[in-house]
Every structure is written in C-alpha cells, then in structure tokens.
Design a binder for this molecule. Structure first.
Ligand SMILES: Cc1cc2nc3c(=O)[nH]c(=O)nc-3n(C[C@H](O)[C@H](O)[C@H](O)COP(=O)(O)OP(=O)(O)OC[C@H]3O[C@@H](n4cnc5c(N)ncnc54)[C@H](O)[C@@H]3O)c2cc1C
Length: 376
C-alpha cells in the first residue's frame, strides 16, 4: 500500500481514489494540494520522470504584491503563492516594453525570475506534505467516466478527474471540442550579465506574438513566440536565431513549447471531469502569464472538489468562483490580445510611432489586463 505523500514511481497497488489529477505542473499540484488539505485522497499522475524537467518556460512571475494589483479579486495570495528562496533566481524592478526601434517604454514592475524547475519541484513537495500522492513516468492515454487508462495499460478510477496536463491535456483532447489558439515558442538560456529589467519586444521580430529577454542570476532566459499565420512562411527557428543573436553570451540550454493564447474556454466542467491551468486556457493572452494563473485556478478547483465530495456542492461552483476572482482580468486580457494582434500586424514604423510617451499608460493597461481606456 502506498503511503500518503509518497511518490509511487509506477508501482501503486491502489487503484481507486477520491480524485485523480492528470499532470503535476503548477495547476495540477496546486489542485492536489488543496484537495489533500481538505482531507480527500488524491493521486497525481504525470508522464514525466521528474516533474518540471525539462524546462519549458520564460520563468518570470509577478511578485505577490504585483499579483494583488493585477488580480485584485483573488484572496489570500500569500497562502497560495509561497515561493521559496531556492526557486528565485533574481528579483526584478522594471519592465521595458520595446517596439522595433529598440527605444523602450519603461515601467516599474516587481517580478521574480524563477528557477522554474526548482519551483515546480517545490509545488510537488508542498502537495505531498498535505498528503497528495504522485505516480510519475506514467502517461495517461484515455479517460472515460471514472476510469483513467495509462499508456502501459494500467487502470485507475476516481470520483472526480482533473485534467491539468497542459496545452495538450488528454482529457481536454478527448472530451472538449473547443480549440485554443496555440502559439509555438522557442527559447534559450544564455550566460552573461543582462541587467535587471525584464524586456518584452513587439513587432516584426515576433509577428502576432512577442519576444522576451528576462535576466537571471548570471544569465538570461531569451525567447520568441509567433503566430504562424502572420509569419509569411518564415520559421520560428529563424525568428529565434535573429532575436537571440542580438545578445551575446554562451547558450547553455535550448527549449521549446506551446502557449494557449486565446484565453479560457467556455466551460471547465463536464460531469465529474474538470480542466485547470493551460488545459482550460488559463494563460493571460496579453502577457503570456500562466504559472500564477494556473495556481489560482488550481486552488479554486481543489476547494470546489472538496466541497463537492463532502456536501454534494455542484462542481460548477469552480467555474462560478473562477469568474468571481478572475473573470474581469481574463476578459480584459482577451480583448487586449485581440486588439494587440491587429495592432502588431501594422508595419514596424507605425508601431514605433505607437509606442510613445503619450500612449505609455495605455500600452501598460493593455499588457496588465486592465481596460485600455478608463471608460471602455
Ligand atoms: C516556452 C514557454 C515560456 C513560458 N514563459 C512563461 C513565463 O515566463 N511566465 C509564466 O507565468 N508562464 C509562462 N509560460 C506558461 C506556463 O509555463 C504555463 O502556463 C504553466 O506551466 C501552466 O501550468 P499547467 O500546470 O497548466 O501545465 P504544465 O506546466 O504544462 O504541466 C502539465 C503537466 O502535465 C503532464 N502531462 C501532460 N500530458 C500528460 C499525460 N497524457 N499523462 C500524464 N501527464 C501528462 C506534463 O508532464 C506536465 O508535468 C510559458 C510557457 C512556455 C511553453
């Protein structure tokens, strides 16, 4: 029998659980943490041998104070977002939004550059400390009703099943028709000294998306995301080579991934199945923030599941609570992305004109998911 909080590495004898979570990233581990804290048995199943590795991230999150400003309706952020020092690479105090001219608009911004791998490992530890159990190196093939089938043929069952498998989650793939716009992303880690301002670049160097340079301790995380339909046949590899080539230093790691950028899907709940994090489209499309938002979704889902199992509360309370906490932020972010996608298709010289001291406050409101105009 598997002990509470133990990592089972593929040999769990127990097959029947209150809750199974597919994927132990920020969304899944946070959901599991709150389900376990509520006294329910939960098994997290992840295809990776070591959750968090290999790195697929720009590694930037806002500080908790910045999160309170960005997401004012989310309560108790300090309880949710407990980032240990070992998972922090560098503290940032400024963000530069950079048009093609290279002349940035500068904003105060409190951010944390993470060691993302250590961060995700910590979230696993936290969930285990509350009693969640993990089965790693185990890929979920399919889900039907209360049954979860692994690629190696093993089967598990649970009263509630959570899809937290990221942008390609198996539950989302098989049970939801809605599609999300996915932006392919490539990035590198580079050694060197890159200052202490986060840079987001917009324009022809990343058509329909953006490029970033996020300093870390002793280096930087540098990457590009594009919308292929605006790329005129040019590959993401070439855009990445060009952008990374602007910086000098030794490249120590190259990674790639995909970001769902059309915002949340219509419904996160179908019967006893729930989606959370990237699987539900929770990345904020106007700035690509996904880690903290996945954790907000994970906490709401975890608590709603416990209420459902304890007292029969509807699982749809998860969606209702998400809308109370994040509805306005997500709506504004989706709108900003739609307008931004149109603006970013304009020639670079127009963008250079658009990024000026007069538009500076409006540009910031776009990126930080507020209504672009105070009355709009
Ligand atoms: C290149 C890149 C850069 C990014 N930069 C940032 C950034 O700087 N800041 C930020 O906030 N966000 C960033 N994001 C977004 C952020 O990484 C995601 O929003 C966040 O990881 C979502 O968490 P999640 O738990 O929903 O999914 P994930 O972190 O993707 O976790 C999903 C987990 O599910 C597992 N899994 C998937 N399928 C299966 C299966 N069939 N069976 C079992 N397990 C499965 C995976 O192994 C994985 O561990 C970036 C994303 C990318 C791709």
């Amino acid at each position: 029998m598997v002990e509470r909080g133990e990592s089972t590495q593929g040999e769990s004898e127990r097959t029947d659980w209150d809750v199974i979570v597919i994927g132990g990233g920020p969304a899944g581990s946070t959901a599991a943490r709150y389900v376990a804290e509520g006294g329910r048995d939960v098994l997290v199943i992840d295809g990776r041998e070591s959750i968090g590795s290999p790195l697929q991230c720009g590694e930037l999150v806002p500080t908790n104070d910045e999160m309170r400003r960005l997401c004012p309706d989310v309560p108790d952020l300090d309880d949710l977002l407990q980032t240990p020092e070992r998972a922090i690479s560098l503290r940032m105090s400024e963000m530069h939004l950079v048009p093609p001219s290279g002349k940035p608009l500068r904003y105060p911004f409190e951010g944390l550059m993470l060691n993302r791998v250590a961060h995700d490992e910590w979230l696993v530890e936290l969930a285990k400390s509350k009693g969640a159990e993990y089965l790693t190196s185990a890929r979920v093939e399919s889900v039907e009703g209360e049954r979860v089938v692994l690629r190696d043929g093993r089967e598990f069952s649970a009263r509630v099943i959570v899809g937290a498998g990221g942008h390609n989650d198996p539950l989302r793939r098989s049970h939801w028709n809605e599609s999300s716009l996915k932006i392919p992303v490539k990035f590198v880690l580079m050694n060197g000294d890159f200052g202490d301002a986060v840079e987001l670049h917009f324009g022809g160097m990343a058509p329909g998306g953006y490029a970033w340079m996020f300093p870390k301790s002793g280096g930087a995380n540098i990457g590009v995301g594009i919308q292929n339909k605006f790329a005129k046949g040019r590959s993401l590899n070439l855009f990445t080579e060009d952008f990374v080539g602007r910086y000098s230093g030794e490249i120590t790691f190259t990674g790639a991934g995909s970001l769902p950028m059309s915002g949340t899907i219509d419904s996160f709940v179908k019967g006893n199945h729930l989606l959370v994090g990237d699987a539900a489209g929770m990345v904020l499309p106007s700035n690509g923030a996904g880690i903290t938002i996945a954790m907000i979704g994970g906490r709401i889902a975890g608590k709603a599941i416990v209420a459902h199992l304890d007292s029969g509360a509807s699982l749809h309370e998860y969606e209702a609570e998400w809308k109370r906490q994040m509805g306005a932020v997500m709506r504004n972010s989706k709108r900003s992305f739609r307008i931004g996608s149109w603006i970013m298709r304009l020639p670079d010289w127009v963008l250079n004109l658009a990024f000026n001291p007069l538009t500076k406050p409006f540009v910031w409101r776009f990126v930080t998911c507020r209504k672009p105009f105070f009355i709009y």
